[in-house]
Design a protein around this ligand. Sequence first.
Ligand SMILES: [Zn+2]
Length: 210
Amino acid sequence: MNTHFEPFIRHIAKLPGLGPRSAQRLLFHLLLNKSQNLNPLISTLQNLHDNAHSCSRCHNLAFHPPSEHEPLCSICLNTQRDNTLLCIVEHVPDLWAMENAGEFHGLYYVLGGALSTIDGIGPHDTHLGKLTHHISLYPKLSEIIIATSMTANGQTTAHYIAHLLKEFPHISLSRIAPGVPMGGELDYLDSGTLNAALASRTPFSLTSVK
Ligand SMILES: [Zn+2]
């Protein structure tokens, strides 16, 4: 392999689901027809680089041209969303899985990870610190659905959230659980399983079974 092509292979091979062999195939595919394959990809990536940001409110991905305003995602901008319901997820792909499943029409908050003692991930390494501020933006909220994963870390995070939200006693807490396999990450679930887990969510509190 020519050394000039190695940086591309190295970068692409680091991407999820790809390795050196697929990176090499991709390289040939892009270079053998630059006008059809490579050029549109370059402008698409440049567009994403310039305009894709983290939503300043819920931490979903937002597509927002650079401006003085804080970037908001399409969900936070949509006034038709049900502002009595809020769903807390670990990662953006979990939010997108919920959206694709189609049954949830409320608001979201993306934590950016789950608490983990083993990996040394504390509340300050996630967006947990801004959660109560986010909730205070929506005075009509009546239920918060904790949709962190069914892993030990996801459960620890759910309990931490329940502790944080004691200052909002008028908001009920629930947990999507039944139907989600232990260790299950939301974005690996099919829409039917996800919607069933949402429909059969159960009340959650600090005393809920760990
Ligand atoms: Zn948002």
